[in-house]
Design a protein around this ligand. Structure first.
Ligand code: ZN
Length: 384
């Protein structure tokens, strides 16, 4: 296992190096490729559900979504689990600085200490800075729920703390927020103005609406939601928009970045590192290495088809689910061959332990064992 873990580690590092080169050299990145900059998405994953001994800070590329760096942090380094993400991020930046790689944009869940860390980092030699982006999904997921406070309530406070004219605007408001983040062109003030314009849009005044939106582009457009005619409803909606993180910290959302891929990686890790099991250092490192190799080989593999099922429970979900091709797992085979070659090269192996004679089932067991193709790798694919 020590040898196997060593091989996994070196293969993982090679895989992350390849991913880094790919991420830097991608022509889709920018016209001026020469400056070595990458956009990254990071998140911390705790190995246990509470008070975890170890955490892993993963950095994924924003273009190819492969793992570029893995920073494990344990309680030996920092006793407070909640501070692991900051420790790992600092180490990540030290490593990237040593490699001479600049971070153009860093997206993460809204972790305030990381926000502060990125903001306070000195600019690079050429004057550029890392832009800080927060996850749009975390920022918008609660909007519809929070909106219930101003769109429904007891009769006695009707028209005071809530207003019936807002009743049908929870979910569409969330869509509006996404739409504004995606179209603001990276400008803080534009994003704020677009968000406030939502109120006017619902008053059926579309002078400042985006030229691409249907209320401007379609001459037959009719509002489908209740119009805001009362002053109190307008005030409530305005205050609600102003109270959202996206409005208050608009600069962290102007690039409309999400951390979906890194959350997805955290989920896919679970097949290697079960949260209910506390692994030792060697075993844990090996398993995380396998998780990274698996992810880097299989992320964004193509789909054979799309499966659409309309559900009453979630009527806004229309895109359907992609049916992916089967995983190839070429890294497992490569690992096995490298491992066998290393074992063979080591030589002087102790003889295999003698099997206890079990006359009643020896024939059957041996026969089925010998023609099992999984264990018979070395004979046909022996590396030179
Ligand atoms: Zn409009």
């Amino acid at each position: 296992m020590i040898l196997y873990a060593e091989i996994v580690q070196s293969m993982k590092e090679a895989s992350m190096d390849r991913a880094m080169n790919e991420e830097i050299g991608d022509p889709a990145n920018e016209e001026d490729v020469p400056d070595e900059s990458v956009g990254i998405v990071t998140d911390a994953r705790h190995a246990q559900r509470r008070n975890s001994h170890r955490s892993d800070i993963m950095a994924l590329g924003q273009i190819n979504h492969r793992v570029l760096a893995h920073m494990p942090v344990t309680k030996k380094e920092q006793t407070c689990t909640q501070k692991h993400e900051k420790v790992g991020t600092e180490r990540l930046y030290r490593q990237l600085d040593e490699m001479g790689v600049k971070v153009s944009d860093h997206a993460h869940d809204r972790n305030q200490s990381i926000n502060k860390f990125i903001r306070e980092r000195p600019p690079y030699a050429d004057g550029t800075r890392t832009t800080n982006s927060n996850d749009t999904w975390h920022a918008t997921k609660a909007i519809a729920r929070k909106f219930k406070r101003v769109s429904s309530g007891p009769v006695r406070s009707r028209g005071v703390s809530w207003h019936p004219q807002l009743a049908d605007k929870g979910a569409p408001l969330k869509t509006h927020f996404y739409w504004c983040m995606a179209r603001c062109g990276g400008d803080e003030q534009v994003l704020r103005d677009m968000l406030l314009n939502i109120v006017q849009h619902y008053q059926n005044r579309h002078d400042n609406c985006h030229p691409e939106s249907r209320c401007r582009a379609d001459p037959n457009y009719r509002p489908t939601k209740l119009l805001l005619t009362e002053q109190r409803a307008v005030e409530l909606l305005t205050n609600f928009v102003r109270s959202q993180d996206i409005y208050k910290s608009a600069k962290d959302y102007v690039l409309c970045k999400d951390t979906l891929y890194v959350e997805s990686f955290n989920n896919s890790c679970l097949q290697y590192v079960d949260k209910r099991i506390v692994f030792g250092d060697l075993n844990y490192g090996l398993r995380m290495g396998l998780a990274v190799l698996d992810w880097n080989e299989h992320v964004d593999r193509e789909a054979t088809s799309r499966y659409v099922r309309y559900s009453v429970a979630n009527i806004r979900q229309v895109q359907g689910k992609r049916i992916l091709t089967a995983k190839k797992y070429t890294f497992v085979r490569e690992l096995l061959l490298t491992f066998l070659a290393r074992v063979k090269a080591a030589g002087n192996l102790p003889p295999l332990p003698q099997r206890q004679p079990q006359p009643q089932r020896e024939d059957g067991a041996l026969a089925s064992g010998s023609d099992n193709s999984d264990t018979d790798f070395s004979a046909e694919d022996e590396p030179e």
